[in-house]
Design a binder for this molecule. Structure first.
Ligand SMILES: [Zn+2]
Ligand SMILES: [Zn+2]
Ligand SMILES: [Zn+2]
Length: 103
């Protein structure tokens, strides 16, 4: 099994410690309460919220993961379709090239 190497931050709160995990491609975060747990277990818990790209090893959120190829969208851009005209668009595009609809 591949090691979870997502970046994380540790925050101290009144109730204890919270670990914040980030998607490697955006600012989507998952926070996990770290009270009485060791970092290994916390990472295991966080892994369930992210997906690993099998090409570059990045850990990304569902939005940035292409399930068909098991890659991040940087390695394998996810196919998305315009709601208006149904033409294929790329995830980083803001407007459909075909009809100009906002995605
Ligand atoms: Zn993301
Ligand atoms: Zn990748
Ligand atoms: Zn369109």
């Amino acid at each position: 099994m591949n090691t979870f190497k997502n970046k994380y931050e540790i925050k101290k709160t009144e109730d204890g410690v919270i670990f914040l995990f980030y998607c490697d491609l955006c600012y989507h975060t998952v926070s996990i309460s770290g009270f009485n747990k060791d970092i290994h277990n916390i990472q295991l818990e966080a892994m369930r919220y992210f997906n690993m790209c099998h090409a570059c090893g990045k850990w990304v959120c569902d939005l940035h993961y292409n399930e068909e190829t098991m890659n991040c969208v940087e390695c394998a851009p996810k196919k998305m379709y315009c709601y208006e005209c149904g033409k294929e668009v790329l995830i980083h595009e803001k407007y459909c090239k075909n009809c100009g609809n906002r995605i």
